[in-house]
Design a protein around this ligand. Structure first.
Ligand SMILES: [Zn+2]
Ligand SMILES: [Zn+2]
Length: 202
């Protein structure tokens, strides 16, 4: 089993202050979260930097990811190392992800820049049901969406500043390697949890 924060931004996002170095060192020193998906807005630069730095550590897992800005809202792809064109349609980004065997996660569907009810009709692998930046109500609606779509729920901090790092994480019942973690999302072996007081452990 591995605990992974599946939604993290670096300063390459343009609206975040976290450095790749801080993420790698933070994972190494964290008592139980040992994996992260770096999901910058429309870039993989932060992931490439973190992956390079992570070579020095044996106990941590860096998963590639990208939070894509589509015409309809944000959608995240894990496990790919190429980026789709910004402001494409959500359907074309999903095709892009499928062609590359990426894992598609619907982030914060009911918050600003989320897909909202469009998410009901798209094909994804998981719904983010716990986002540390979302309200309890928004997270609850996301959880209902996951249930309606019969998809696993995942969690991530969506940290843009160091204070929020590791505020939510996903427990994945798999050996810690990138392929296992991506596939586990599809096999529904995930549980989400938060170390923040006041947020439910689902
Ligand atoms: Zn977003
Ligand atoms: Zn985000």
């Amino acid at each position: 089993m591995i605990r992974v924060d599946l939604h993290m931004h670096t300063w390459f996002s343009g609206d975040a202050t976290i450095t790749p170095k801080l993420i790698v060192e933070g994972l190494h020193t964290h008592p139980f979260i040992k994996g992260v998906a770096i999901t910058d807005h429309d870039t993989l630069e932060g992931y490439f930097h973190a992956r390079k730095l992570a070579v020095a550590y044996e106990d941590i897992l860096i998963i590639s990811g990208i939070e894509v800005t589509t015409q309809q809202g944000h959608i995240s792809i894990l496990g790919i190392e190429e980026k789709p064109t910004r402001l494409s349609s959500v359907e074309s980004v999903i095709d892009f992800a499928r062609e590359r065997n990426g894992t598609i996660v619907i982030p914060h569907p009911y918050r600003e820049l989320g897909l909202g009810d469009i998410a009901r009709n798209i094909q994804a692998d998981a719904v983010e049901v716990l986002n540390a930046y979302s309200t309890n109500k928004e997270n609850k609606m996301a959880k209902e969406l996951a249930k309606a779509k019969d998809l696993p729920g995942v969690a991530g901090s969506d940290a843009h500043t160091p204070k929020y790092m590791w505020a939510a994480y996903t427990e994945i019942k798999a050996e810690p390697n990138v392929d296992n973690v991506s596939k586990s999302n599809r096999r529904r072996l995930v549980q989400v949890a938060s170390e923040k007081p006041g947020k439910a452990i689902i």
